[in-house]
Every structure is written in structure tokens, then in C-alpha cells.
Design a protein around this ligand. Structure first.
Ligand SMILES: Cc1cc2nc3c(=O)[nH]c(=O)nc-3n(C[C@H](O)[C@H](O)[C@H](O)COP(=O)(O)O)c2cc1C
Length: 174
């Protein structure tokens, strides 16, 4: 994947509070549509993005456990809200609050997914980035990728259950 060859740099990109970053994927997470705001902030051309895995903009600071929860939720036909730190083609990062939903055909079968992303509040980024750093630490210190993911996913579920809220409520309360 292209993103693997990019070195992250400690420089943030932001977008307007009235802007919406939009993309759609097929059921495997391959990009089938992205809007102009997505193209502008990601630094890729439309041609570079279409039919590529969404992980093209994955930032290495993102814990795997969050994407596991995302995929488990949307493939069960449910919506999810998630804070995501993304990486542009130039290595800069940009935080988004994503709302990911399944798209259906007339018979109700999932035919893909849709994500609308807004600019997150700074306080929420401060809170979530500490949680993500602790999950990533668990993943990186584990003896294997599988063990790391199991442990960090369990920790993510602990954080959710000790909040007394369901995951989406917790995210939207930040
Ligand atoms: C509609 C949709 C939008 C997504 N948006 C992002 C995104 O903005 N950034 C990201 O890193 N992953 C996003 N993902 C998740 C990726 O498909 C992938 O699971 C993630 O980048 C982790 O990649 P990896 O499993 O190759 O490490 C999205 C998935 C879907 C279905």
C-alpha cells in the first residue's frame, strides 16, 4: 500500500468546520468515491485514490483495535462514529470525526459503506489521542500482532464498559 512508503511528519492539516470529507467504499473498503475536500486534504489525486484500499491514508499512530471495532460494527449493519488520525500523501496528519454507515441494495444487502467526516473539537482530540496512544502501546509491546490486537481490543472494550455508555454515545460525548 502506498501509505507504507510515506514517512509521517509532525505537521497538522486542518479543514473548515463547515466542510465535509466524504468517501464511499465497496464491501472490502476499496474507495469508490471521494469528494473534492477528501482529495484536497489527502494530497492524492482522484485517480490515485479510486479503487485503492482506504488504508491509503492510514496513520501509523492509529491502533488496529479501532479499525477492528469499525469493521465489526459496520459489517453487522450498524453505524459507527470514530475519531481517526489520517495521513496525507505529504506525511502530515489530520484528525476527523467519522460517521460510517452501510449502504444497501433494494433487498437490504450491504453493497458498500459511506463515511462523512467533520472537523473534531480540540478537546476531543486531546482525550482520544491519549486513549489511542495507550492502545497502540499495548499493540506494539505484545509478542505478536494477533496477541497485541486481542489485548488492545479488550482494553478498548474495558474503556467503553467502564464509561457506562455504548461506544457511539461515548465518542459523541467527548
Ligand atoms: C467507509 C470507510 C471509511 C474508512 N475511512 C478510513 C479513514 O479515513 N482512515 C483510515 O485509516 N481507515 C479508514 N477506513 C478503514 C480501512 O478500511 C482500514 O481498515 C484501516 O485503514 C486499517 O487498515 P489496515 O487493516 O490495512 O491496517 C475506512 C473504512 C470504511 C469502510
Amino acid at each position: 500500500m502506498l501509505a507504507l512508503n510515506i514517512t509521517p511528519i509532525n505537521k497538522e492539516k486542518t479543514f473548515g468546520e463547515n466542510e465535509l470529507i466524504v468517501s464511499r467504499t465497496d464491501t472490502r473498503g476499496m474507495i469508490t468515491y471521494c469528494n473534492r475536500t477528501f482529495i484536497n486534504i489527502s494530497g492524492y489525486s482522484e485517480l490515485e485514490l479510486l479503487r485503492k484500499p482506504h488504508s491509503i491514508i492510514r496513520h501509523p499512530d492509529m491502533p488496529k483495535a479501532v479499525f477492528k471495532l469499525l469493521w465489526e460494527t459496520i459489517s453487522k449493519n450498524q453505524e459507527i462514529f470514530a475519531y481517526v488520525k489520517n495521513m496525507s500523501k505529504g506525511g502530515e496528519y489530520y484528525w476527523v470525526l467519522a460517521h460510517v454507515t452501510p449502504t444497501h441494495d433494494q433487498s437490504g444487502t450491504i453493497i458498500g459503506y459511506h463515511s462523512n467526516r467533520r472537523r473534531p473539537k480540540r478537546n476531543a482530540i486531546d482525550t482520544i489521542s491519549k486513549i489511542y496512544a495507550s492502545l497502540l502501546d499495548i499493540e506494539l509491546k505484545a509478542s505478536s500482532t494477533t496477541t497485541g490486537l486481542q489485548k488492545s481490543y479488550a482494553e478498548l472494550n474495558n474503556i467503553i464498559s467502564s464509561s457506562g455508555k455504548d461506544y457511539n454515545e461515548l465518542i459523541l460525548s467527548l
